[in-house]
Ligand binder design. Structure first.
Ligand SMILES: [Zn+2]
Length: 95
């Protein structure tokens, strides 16, 4: 996930997406990865790639949210079915 944007202080870093060198003085997106809780690695994305990556991230968050919303909306119906089923079983067992 892109966590920040900065102006590249050098042209040493390569873009994590397209592999091209990120020019000094151009904006770049920063992705921070942690390994084993303490080791931190920064990945950089060039000005052409980080907006695309942010768009993808926003889309996936939206998708996840709408999926969960659907699940939440379905839940009461499923609960209703379960309750009706249990009531039926209770009624049938008492006949
Ligand atoms: Zn790139």
């Amino acid at each position: 996930m892109i966590e920040g944007i900065e102006i590249s202080p050098s042209d040493r870093a390569g873009c994590n997406n397209c592999g091209k060198r990120i020019g000094k003085g151009t904006p770049r997106g920063i992705q921070i990865s942690t390994y084993g809780g303490s080791h931190i690695t920064k990945h950089y994305y060039c000005y052409k790639c980080f907006p695309l990556k942010i768009t993808e991230e926003v889309k996936s968050i939206k998708d996840e949210f709408s999926n969960n919303l659907e699940k939440l909306q379905r839940l009461p119906k499923e609960l209703d079915k379960l309750i009706i089923q249990q009531k039926k079983e209770i009624i049938l067992s008492n006949l």
